[in-house]
Design a protein around this ligand. Structure first.
Ligand code: ADP
Length: 592
């Protein structure tokens, strides 16, 4: 799959949004999971608190029965108007109350009237008050040895009451009651992180670690219940308040609850039924830790997802980069191939052009050589032919007038012309045929001497000098005597031709090993012509003066000898032609 960068970012953004949405959607479930977990954890301290409550209740349960056994109580009940006995019992009860840290200990007759009380000295003492409506009284009167009940007083204070019958023999003659206030039970909440509440069967909270939850109903009480409470004067009915609690079930024993107050509080509530007491005890732990844990989990999951996404993003981007690079490479390759193909085509065209040009040049070269040759030949032959014609005409005229001497003279001129043309023809034949003649060891000095002898005549008639000092040693070279002599004569003649208009005309011959240098004091060779002087029919001389074959023939002769002929200009002026020959074994030595 090929993905562009934009697509990749789009995809990753979509995944991010979806993951975020999934996180947001799963948050409530996650939070509930942690709240359930919290409730499970709260079950342990709740059980401990319930055990504590039960222990606290049981601790005081036997007390009223123990105190009720005192004989002076029965005595007072039998003689309720004995003032001395009343004050004695009052004092005894006061001391007992101090000892057991009860807020009051009091004695009622069977009508429910309080006839002695530990609080006899205090204002608002129960002394003289009738409690026949209290359930602990009626239960004790019915023989219950340790009845327990909770009452709210009109002042809003809570009382936790125990009572036991006072017996005279088999007969119940009164009821002894002990009242504790909340502080007697407070220790059971101590040290717990949660709040606790204990509610009766009507979900009426009569005990709680939170004072503001005391005597509050967790649900609206029915008319009947309210009537019963009013009848029993158990709680101050006008103070009964609903606890503004909203509950959402989490599990069988746990709920998520909100309690409205000055600020809305949110708890995880786990409850425990105490069937023997017909109470429900609840632990309320703040919901916050569960929320934080859920957030934490989401955060970790989110971060992990983010990491995974980053990894995916990096991977996809790398893939995309590689794909791009590959595409670029392919493109570059394609361009290169196209460029190479184009260049190749160009080169092929250029090569074709070059071949054509070469062919054209060769053709042109041939034509120019032919042209030069034609020009040279036509001049060489036309001139003598014209001369022959005029000599022949003259001879004819002289013969008609019988001037035989003159006629003979003209005829002999014609003969000379014919000779000259024969010589030229022979030259051309030589050039064309280049017969293979044998080469052998030559004494170079001897050939030079012969050549000089042949040019003596011309030197004598035209002036000019040859400078040559023969070597002390014999120099043996490979070649043919006559042909090498022809080459040297040709070089000396060319030198003399070149020096025609010069005031000093000296041809200098020097030997350097098997190389002969022929230098003149002429104008030298024009630089642009150096390359052409060995070409056949190349000449700068006036028509009739040169055929342009001398150097070409000389070059071929020296080549036939296995040597070289070259030309250059001397720095001090004049041209130098150098004939380099192959050394040869001396004849005498070879003969031995
Ligand atoms: P030709 O003498 O008939 O012209 P060559 O082949 O002997 O033919 O010489 C070709 C040309 O080389 C001459 O026409 C001349 O221009 C040039 N050349 C030959 N020798 C010399 C020299 N010694 N100095 C200057 N130019 C020379």
């Amino acid at each position: 799959m090929k993905l562009s960068r934009r697509r990749i970012f789009g995809l990753v953004a979509a995944i991010t949004v979806l993951t975020g949405m999934a996180g947001a959607l799963s948050f409530p479930a996650l939070e509930r999971h942690y709240m359930r977990q919290q409730a499970t954890q709260d079950a342990v301290p709740l059980k401990l608190a319930a055990e504590g409550l039960r222990a606290a209740l049981e601790r005081y349960a036997p007390l009223p029965a123990l105190i009720a056994e005192r004989p002076e109580l029965t005595a007072l009940l039998n003689a309720p108007d004995d003032a001395a006995l009343i004050s004695a019992v009052n004092e005894a009860l006061r001391q007992t109350a101090t000892t057991v840290k009860a807020s009051d200990v009091y004695l009622m007759d069977i009508s429910g009237r309080t006839i002695a009380a530990a609080s006899y000295l205090e204002p608002g003492s129960y002394l003289g008050r009738n409690f026949d409506y209290q359930s602990y009284f009626t239960q004790a009167l019915n023989g219950d040895l340790s009845s327990f009940s909770v009452y709210g007083t009109t002042t809003g204070e809570r009382g936790y009451f125990y009572a036991a019958p006072v017996e005279d023999g088999e007969r119940i003659v009164g009821v002894l009651a002990i009242k504790f206030n909340i502080s007697a039970f407070q220790s059971i909440w101590r040290g717990a992180d949660s709040e606790f509440m204990v509610a009766d069967r009507n979900d009426f909270v009569f005990m709680s670690s939170r004072p503001d939850w005391h005597f509050r109903a967790m649900r609206p009480l029915s008319e009947g219940t309210l009537r019963l409470i009013a009848q029993n004067l158990q709680y101050p009915i006008d103070r009964i308040d609903l606890l503004p609690i909203t509950a959402v079930p989490l599990s069988a024993d746990a709920q998520q609850v909100y309690i409205e107050g000055t600020n809305r509080e949110s708890f995880v509530l786990s409850s425990l039924r105490l069937p023997d007491l017909d109470w429900t005890m609840s632990a309320l732990s703040p919901r916050r830790p569960a929320t934080l844990q859920a957030l934490n989990t989401l955060l970790i999951a989110g971060l992990s997802a983010l990491l995974a996404l980053m990894g995916l993003l990096a991977y996809l981007l790398k893939q995309a980069r590689q794909a791009e690079a590959f595409a670029k490479e392919q493109e570059a390759k394609r361009l290169l191939e196209t460029a190479v193909a184009e260049r190749t085509a160009d080169l092929q065209t250029a090569l074709g052009d070059l071949r054509q040009t070469q062919t054209d040049l060769i053709q042109a070269g041939k034509l120019s050589a032919l042209g030069q040759m034609s020009a040279a030949l036509s001049h060489e032959f036309n001139q003598p032919l014209a001369a022959v014609k005029s000599y022949a005409d003259n001879a004819e005229a002289f013969l008609e007038r019988d001037r035989v001497t003159e006629a003979r003279d003209n005829i002999s001129r014609i003969s000379k012309m014919a000779d000259r043309m024969a010589t030229i023809s022979a030259h051309l034949r030589n050039f064309a045929r280049r017969p293979q003649q044998a080469t052998g060891p030559l004494l170079l000095n001897a050939v030079i001497q012969d050549a000089l002898a042949m040019t003596e005549m011309r030197l004598a008639s035209e002036g000019g000098a040859v400078s040559y000092s023969p070597p002390d040693t014999e120099i043996w070279v490979t070649g043919g005597h006559v042909r090498l002599q022809q080459v040297i004569v040709n070089l000396i003649n060319n030198a003399l031709d070149a020096m025609e208009d010069q005031p000093t005309r000296v041809v200098t011959l020097t030997l350097d090993g098997t190389t002969l240098h022929v230098r003149d004091t002429g104008p030298g060779i024009a630089p642009e012509k150096v390359a052409n002087i060995f070409d056949p029919f190349f000449t700068t001389k006036a028509p009739g003066k040169g055929l342009g074959l001398g150097l070409s023939i000389s070059y071929n002769i020296v080549s036939d000898f296995g040597g070289t002929l070259s030309a250059k200009n001397h720095p001090d002026g004049g041209a130098i032609f150098s004939v380099t020959l192959r050394p040869a074994v001396p004849v005498e030595v070879a003969a031995q």
